[in-house]
Write a protein that binds this ligand. Sequence first.
Ligand code: NCD
Length: 361
Amino acid sequence: MKVLFNNLIDFNEMPLSDWENLYLQIEKIIDNPVAYANCLSGRVLATPFYEPSTRTLFSFQTAMLRLGGTYIGFSDPGNSSVAKGESLKDTVRMLSGYADMIVMRHPLEGAAFAASLFSEVPVINAGDGGHLHPTQTLTDLVTIRKTFGRTSGLTVGLCGDLKNGRTVHSLIKALSRFENNSFCLISTPELRIPDYIKDHLDFCGCAYTEADSLEENIGNLDVLYMTRIQKERFSSAEEYKKQAGKYVLTGEKMKAAKQNMIVLHPLPRVDEISEDVDSDPRALYFTQARYGMFTRMGLLNTLAALPRGKAESVNSNVADVHCKNPRCITNHEKNLPELFKRPESDPSSLICMYCDHPAEI
Ligand code: NCD
């Protein structure tokens, strides 16, 4: 298979023809995983995880083992040279000398993009702060397509922490690439979706509504994507408590949903889906987690075919511009090039290439 993308930082940068090929491969893996058992024998995956993870880390590691490869990595940067003050840049340069691919999770936005600038092997973004989570998005798209046979023409409700949930941001952006999807964005006023995602939807001509009530909207949905309130991204425990427990999907609420609506959740769940929903055949979140492992097998198998090489240089000719997002990697890691692009939706403005936030000129 010819691969046109060589890092996975943002699903929207992957050509749709590559997504199509990848999906077809993932379907074959789901049907017969053992047939892929030796595909990556002798190959090594690096998994530097600077933030907690269960599913994403274990599913990548399991995927690599099921393909016949192996992995190195850390899940607590306190146990690595990061604790001695090593820069992200140096850690990545070194890991890219040892491994054939790097899967990285980091609390700062744009960290995976930064890593890709210094790596000689493909970099996969396993979550960069509240920004994006493209491999969860691939998992979500695979689950939706396996269920409905398509990723278009769907009414998708997303409920919970739409402000801080990177899986939400990634999935909405991804679904906006397919025809006739519309969105119902259910959250408290404090946890609404960021403006840059709304600008993106407006630019793509995707219909969306913002709503407070899950009960009033559940009956219109084909997909309900529940999310956890992202405790670790709040400024204080008090602020988190004001939002916790506001949305809980119960068996009673499911009675108003369509017979073929599906419930997805990237997991981990805290209290936003009560356990009586688990036995409902429309509750697909554990199936979704299993598909996540097969999805990552397909992705690793595809990226491992790429030749090792120096990172492509990125063009950006803007001087004296800074990213004003305090959670952007460029405001923490020293000596990263400041890189900006003009978004298609508003070519008069500038956004940071690492985190997509508006630039301060
Ligand atoms: C999500 C994440 O880390 O963003 N989990 C995951 O990767 N499956 C969702 C979350 O933590 O709420």
